[in-house]
Design a protein around this ligand. Structure first.
Ligand code: ADP
Length: 239
């Protein structure tokens, strides 16, 4: 009951299919979704979070239709987007962190108290009043991760989480993510970003073309990219 179930899920934009009848039952703790740009990964992620509704088929996250029960989804699922600048809304660290908790219905005082406890636990109590504009990209990504984790979601969706970060920051974020108890669903065009997953789904033009252990799915994916002369799997050829 606590997994993510796709049953014949279709998504079309102005009649043009983006996803063609996806059926998946996801119960692993570390799930990777890989595919070239334009293969439908972000659309799948947005459907899981209820940010889009499918044009056909059904999705259930822990038994709930994400597009219908938005309140349940706010608690069940957190998303970390590729670019923290697109996710941060408020001018200070404390306001940004408190926002999600307020959305969950916490009173202002309670939300602030939880934010301060979190910052203290991170050794960053002095950041509460810091302007977000003073933070580096890595620090902003950390802020977005904290904002999501404060809401204690069972599942965390990660959209190209390493793409905007330098290598040392990627390594730090990677270690942090590996230590989390949450179910993680990571989407990336980069096979390295999902190499540690328990299961990897490979999307191509809106269809699942590979599904299984990371080692063999990624071997096939890399071989296919090499055949196409597209070794970094980063060419947007559309669906
Ligand atoms: P990925 O995340 O793998 O790069 P997307 O899910 O973003 O792929 O997009 C898959 C395909 O669907 C692309 O060809 C994209 O152009 C198309 N698409 C997705 N959303 C829209 C939209 N709102 N309008 C037009 N085309 C879209």
């Amino acid at each position: 009951m606590d997994g993510i179930e796709f049953s014949g899920v279709q998504y079309a934009v102005q009649g043009k299919p983006v996803l063609h009848g996806i059926t998946l039952s996801l119960h692993e703790r570390r799930i990777g979704i890989v595919g070239r740009n334009g293969s439908g990964k972000t659309t799948l992620l947005r459907l899981m979070a209820g940010l889009l509704a499918p044009t056909g088929g059904t999705i259930r996250v822990a038994g709930v239709d994400p597009a219908v029960d938005r309140k349940a989804m706010l608690r069940a699922i957190g998303i970390l987007f590729q670019n923290p600048d697109h996710q941060i809304i408020f001018p200070t660290v404390e306001e940004e962190l408190a926002f999600g908790l307020r959305q969950l219905g916490l009173r202002a005082g309670e939300a602030t108290a939880r934010v301060r406890t979190c910052l203290a636990a991170e050794g960053r109590a002095h950041w509460a009043a810091a302007p977000v504009t003073a933070l580096s990209q890595g620090q902003k990504q950390w802020l977005c991760l904290m904002a999501v984790l404060l809401m204690e979601p069972a599942t965390l969706l990660l959209d190209e989480p390493f793409a905007a970060l330098d290598l040392p920051t990627q390594a730090r974020l990677s270690r942090r993510l590996a230590s989390l108890p949450q179910r993680l669903v990571t989407i990336s065009h980069d096979p390295q970003a999902v190499a540690g997953c328990d299961r990897v789904i490979w999307l191509e033009a809106g269809r699942v073309v590979g599904d299984g252990a990371a080692a063999w799915v990624l071997e096939e994916f890399r071989a296919e990219m090499a055949r196409r002369g597209d070794s970094d799997a980063d060419t947007d050829l559309g669906a």
